[in-house]
Design a protein around this ligand. Structure first.
Ligand code: SAM
Length: 238
């Protein structure tokens, strides 16, 4: 899968997307992440990329011309790429959105700065506006990194034995159960006996109950009809 990230701060991507699972995915050629500096596409002498907003107000707005030139240059190589604008005004980026986007062959992610990008960028080029949550970041770079990281995990072969997207939180609609590893006791806190029992049916049941319990406390909004089974219902009624 190919990612093209458009940013005014390419150096921000040097660490986070070149380590660990994503680095190995790139080495296996499962992902190819390229970062483009939008400023390189500004044609005036000072390479200006922002200007004051029409109508007045605080801050600056990212100009349409450098962004348009940058998007068009990338699109020449990736004509079918889906273009995503990172913005707090977008639909929320969730587990299912990450899964859906992982089926794309090519994605272009635009990182905004200042007060955001000229609206005509959205009108002309953007397929999807995505927000990583109801808060405002200083720029779209961290949002883009979050999206790439979450999407890449769904690409077959990326996680290998490092984990499974099928048992993660949200995969079955619930938050994940608690996890433990050795030692079996630490500072008086023992790992629940059922996890040491070797009884897989009991372990599964315990995990499902703990998932339901955690979800009911932290995210009751997730306990919708499609997720809760009849035996879950009996447990929740207890
Ligand atoms: N004035 C904008 C507004 O109120 O909607 C916020 C602009 S923000 C300071 C600058 C850039 O950060 C945005 O253009 C966007 O690319 C990025 N950004 C900020 N918060 C975000 C979020 N929750 N999700 C995704 N991107 C975000």
């Amino acid at each position: 899968m190919k990612f093209d990230i458009l940013t005014l701060f390419p150096a921000m991507f040097e660490g986070p997307l070149t380590e660990s699972i994503i680095r190995r995915a790139a080495e296996k050629e499962l992902v190819d992440i390229r970062v483009h500096n939008i400023r390189d596409y500004a044609t005036d002498r000072h390479q200006v990329v922002d200007d004051a907003p029409y109508g007045g107000g605080d801050g600056m707005v990212m100009k349409v011309e450098p962004l348009a030139a940058c998007i068009e240059a990338v699109k020449r190589e990736r004509p079918a790429a889906r273009v995503i604008l990172t913005t707090p005004r977008g639909r929320t980026f969730k587990h299912e959105v990450a899964r859906e986007l992982s089926r794309e062959a090519e994605l272009i992610l635009i990182c905004g700065r200042y007060e955001g990008v000229d609206e005509r960028v959205r009108e002309l080029f953007v397929d999807d506006e995505l927000s990583i949550g109801d808060f405002v970041l200083t720029g779209g770079e961290l949002a883009a990194m979050v999206m790439v990281d979450a999407i890449v995990r769904f690409i077959p072969g990326v996680l290998g034995s490092a984990g499974s997207v099928e048992t993660d939180s949200f995969a079955d609609g619930l938050l994940e159960y608690p996890q433990y590893t050795r030692p079996a006791e630490f500072r008086g806190l023992r790992v629940p006996d059922v996890l040491l029992s070797g009884n897989h049916a009991e372990v599964s049941r315990w995990r499902r109950c703990k998932s339901l319990e955690k979800t009911r406390i932290e995210r009751p909004d997730l306990l919708v009809e499609q997720v809760v089974t009849p035996s879950d219902r009996a447990y929740l009624a207890e």
